[in-house]
Structures are given as structure tokens and as C-alpha cells.
Ligand binder design. Structure first.
Ligand code: SF4
Ligand code: SF4
Length: 198
């Protein structure tokens, strides 16, 4: 292999030696085809996941189809409580707040939601039990553990003292049973859509 040196002379460079990782010996061609069919991807995609060390079907599904419920609980992020206190104090004192987000999908979305949450102030979720089907999806996705499943009623309920008004539950509820006080579903979805298409 040749390349131009700084002095524009042809110089010999050491050729690269690439080594392909081997697929796990326990996963044969039939298994790869089966996983590809189940996950609706090509066998090559399954092979790539295997080579990345993602070997179980569930782990592959999580990688290919990430869901909000797979996120780490927000409360476990280092320093998040302290940061929230600073913002809450600034809101209470009427201080000017600058929100910065990077210019990609998650950055813009987070910026818009943070701005609207701060402007709305004190937003909490409520469950309309007439619409709730008791699937408990909201319990699993709430990053603050603010939703409880009531066994006797087979419905869910929001603990408003714990709710941070993030809107995750409302966006994922299949029955549209959850509303954020101060936001309608249409407003919430429109905001997310606008943020994603900005
Ligand atoms: S996600 Fe919606 S329908 Fe399911 S339990 Fe929660 S409130 Fe009820
Ligand atoms: S709005 Fe956020 S914090 Fe409040 S109950 Fe829903 S998911 Fe939990």
C-alpha cells in the first residue's frame, strides 16, 4: 500500500492486518435465521449483533427497538436531584433561565420539553380510571416510581407528590387515560412531533 508523504514522495506504509471476530460457536446458521425472522431483520444484522456481544434475543430486541421503559430511572443519574433543586429555586425566585440542548433529535426534544415544563410549572399527571385498562405500562415507564397499580380496582393511580410531570406515562399509555394537568394529549403529542420534525 502506498500513500503520499508530506514531501509528496511515495512512501511505503505498513499494511493493516484486519482480524474478523468469530461468531459464538453455540450459534449456528439455523439459529441466526430464526432470530432474523423473529426480529424482522436480515441474518447479517443478527451476525453483527452477535459480533458486538449481543447474543440473547431480548437484548437484540432492546438494541433494535429501544423503549422508554428501558431507560435508567432519572432519579439514579448522578447529581440530578441537586440540579432539580437549582432549577426549582430559580423558578421560585423568578430568575432568568437559559436552556441549552445540542442540535439533534434528543437534544432539541429535551430542550423543548424542559422549556415547556418550566413555563407550565407544577405539572402533574392524572389517570382517568374510566379509560385505564390496567395494563401497568405506565408503572413500568415512570422514571420516578410515581404510579401505583391498585389491585382491587385493576387501575393505576398517580402519586402527585412524586410525579415530576415529565409526561413519559401520558405519551406511552395505550388508552390515552393519562393527562398532564395543564397539557392536553393533543398538545403533548404535537409538542413531541414538532420537536422531532424541527
Ligand atoms: S398505561 Fe394507561 S391504561 Fe395502562 S395502566 Fe397506565 S393509565 Fe392504565
Ligand atoms: S408524568 Fe412522569 S413522573 Fe409523573 S407519573 Fe407520569 S411518568 Fe411519572
Amino acid at each position: 500500500m502506498f500513500a503520499l508523504s508530506k514531501t509528496h514522495h511515495l512512501a511505503m506504509v505498513t499494511p493493516m492486518h484486519w482480524k474478523c471476530k468469530s461468531l459464538p460457536p453455540s450459534v449456528g446458521e439455523a439459529e441466526i435465521r430464526r432470530l432474523a425472522e423473529e426480529l424482522h431483520v436480515t441474518p447479517v444484522t443478527v451476525q453483527l449483533l452477535l459480533l458486538r456481544g449481543i447474543c440473547q434475543r431480548e437484548a437484540m430486541h432492546r438494541f433494535l427497538s429501544p423503549r422508554l421503559r428501558y431507560l435508567r430511572p432519572v432519579g439514579s443519574w448522578p447529581g440530578v436531584d441537586h440540579a432539580a433543586q437549582i432549577v426549582a429555586r430559580a423558578v421560585a425566585e423568578g430568575k432568568r433561565i437559559a436552556i441549552w440542548g445540542d442540535y439533534d433529535v434528543d437534544g432539541i426534544t429535551a430542550t423543548v420539553l424542559a422549556k415547556d415544563s418550566i413555563l407550565a410549572g407544577g405539572v402533574v399527571a392524572v389517570v382517568n380510571k374510566d379509560l385505564c385498562c390496567g395494563c401497568q405500562g405506565c408503572v413500568q415507564c415512570c422514571p420516578f416510581g410515581a404510579i401505583t397499580y391498585l389491585e382491587q380496582e385493576a387501575k393505576c393511580e398517580v402519586n402527585q407528590a412524586l410525579c415530576k410531570g415529565c409526561g413519559t406515562c401520558a405519551a406511552t399509555c395505550p388508552s390515552e387515560a393519562i393527562t398532564l394537568l395543564g397539557f392536553s394529549h393533543l398538545q403533548l403529542y404535537t409538542q413531541i412531533d414538532e420537536a422531532l420534525t424541527a
